[in-house]
Design a protein around this ligand. Structure first.
Ligand code: DLL
Length: 439
């Protein structure tokens, strides 16, 4: 049987005028839904002096106010959940990493899960896979959307789904060998690590059945793509998404490997200037903003992702008509993504203060052998400075443990002499990111 090229061809190859018409109709309904059932959004619209009756089509989206992470934080845990749906109408939550204050809880009805899983099924189909494939999912399962999102799409496509979750590299490799895994889904850094691990064990990638990988959740370069493709013997596809909007599959790469198609029947993408919030001309760089066109439980409108990005409206050789987004080129806030985990420097600062240290620290992030490293330099207090090496080592371990509990990833902590961290006269430069994440 011939390989399916698209998961939902009627949507994925819809003529542009029809996409726009569909988006217009959906937006009108969605704004009404949010105004009637999401009280914080109603308040924002009232403050902006805009009513649902003012929205006649997608061209009116500019009249609508933005939603930011702060709105979600202020309304934690369920203030942005549509009241007509309520918790009883939901079947799932997912959540971002972070402390309670930073955490975002996204709610899903069965319909929301269905459309999300269709998006990941589109990505899996675009990677050349179908029901004959064995899909090994090594994204984290649990609150993180990676595992659950790809798992759902893999089921829809009918792949044999191997829900490994992340870590345990020996077992990952063993399952690849024993089950004949053809599609690997994980973060690009873990894919690179798996490639190196094969080499270390003397396993030739050609002896495996792997043919494709779907990698995302963190920035990665074209250079890294080439490394992964070589070390695993596959074609590596990028996938983009964020918890607030649904999860992985908001946009996905096709065989052209040249930008990710935004699933425009469900999500409307805009690029705005992060300072003026005015839309920038097509093809120019700015902050990516998404509107969920048909989600029921968590219908975010004009959500500021903080990702800096460019949209490409030119036609794609794959035949999909959905617009493409380039790899994100950075962020307009201070969030770092370290080993696939979203990290805010303020979370690290909170731990330092709780553990009795002064906020004199430097965070250094680097990438060695395609894996992120996190080093945190913290000044000892004058009274601790005379302590023995053993007690300092113990204190470093204790602090590293507390930071791991907060972030979910382990740092290397270096306790250094008082006043040895450079003071700044202006804004403190606390983060040094030495990774080259943009080509
Ligand atoms: O990372 C969802 C996801 C899971 C995407 C698995 C792809 C694969 P969050 O944890 O909410 O959700 O983090 C969202 O991660 O705003 C981007 O800054 C970054 N990000 C996600 N995908 C990519 C990518 C998931 N392909 C944040 N390239 C987003 C670069 C990415 N950055």
């Amino acid at each position: 049987m011939e390989l399916k090229k698209y998961w939902q061809p009627e949507a994925e190859t819809m003529p542009r005028e029809e996409i726009r018409k569909m988006q217009s109709e959906k937006l009108v309904k969605q704004v009404r839904h949010a105004y009637d059932h999401v009280p914080p959004y109603r308040k924002k619209m009232d403050e902006a002096g805009v009513k649902p009756e003012d929205i006649h089509g997608i061209e009116d989206i500019r009249k609508l106010p933005f939603i930011t992470k702060y709105d979600l934080r202020d309304n934690y845990p369920d203030g942005m959940l549509a009241t007509d749906v309520g918790k009883a109408g939901c079947v799932r939550i997912q959540s971002t990493s972070g402390t309670t204050g930073r955490r975002v809880i996204a709610y899903y009805t069965q319909h929301d899960v269905d459309l999300w899983e269709d998006c990941t099924a589109r990505a899996i189909t675009a990677a050349g896979c179908d029901r004959n494939d064995v899909c090994q999912i090594a994204y984290g399962y649990g609150l993180f959307t990676g595992g659950a999102g790809l798992n759902g799409g893999s089921h829809k496509v009918g792949c044999l789904t191997v829900p490994m979750s992340s870590g345990n590299t020996d077992r990952q490799i063993q399952f690849m060998q024993d089950l004949g895994t053809t599609l690997l889904c994980c973060t690009p850094s873990y894919a690179a690590y798996l490639g190196e691990s094969l080499k270390e064990r003397g396993i030739d990638p050609a002896s495996l059945s792997l043919k494709a990988g779907i990698f995302g959740a963190e920035p990665w370069t074209e250079e890294m793509r080439r490394d992964i493709e070589k070390s695993l013997g596959i074609k590596a596809y990028d996938i983009f998404g964020l918890t607030e909007i649904s999860g992985p599959g908001v946009a996905f790469e096709c065989e052209a490997q040249h930008g990710m198609h935004v699933n425009e029947d469900h999500f409307y993408a805009e690029i705005v200037d992060p300072d003026t919030l005015e839309p920038v001309p097509v093809g120019e760089k700015g902050e990516l903003v998404f509107t969920c066109l048909d989600k029921e439980a968590f219908p975010l409108i004009r959500y500021r992702t903080r990702d800096i990005c460019v949209l490409d409206p030119t036609p794609c050789i794959c035949g999909r008509t959905f617009i493409r987004m380039a790899k994100p080129m950075g962020r307009s806030d201070d969030m770092l993504i370290i080993r696939g985990v979203n990290v805010f420097p303020s979370q690290i600062e909170t731990v330092l203060l709780n553990e009795g240290y002064a906020p004199n620290y430097r965070i250094e992030v680097d990438r060695a052998n395609n894996s992120d490293t996190l080093d945190i330099y913290v000044e000892l207090g004058e009274e601790q400075f005379g302590d023995t090496v053993k007690s300092v080592t113990n204190a470093e371990k204790k602090l590293a443990g507390a930071i791991k509990t907060m972030l979910g990833i382990s740092p290397v902590v270096h306790l250094v002499a008082p006043k040895s961290i450079q003071r700044s006269e202006g804004k403190a430069v606390r983060v040094v990111d030495k990774r080259k994440l943009i080509d």
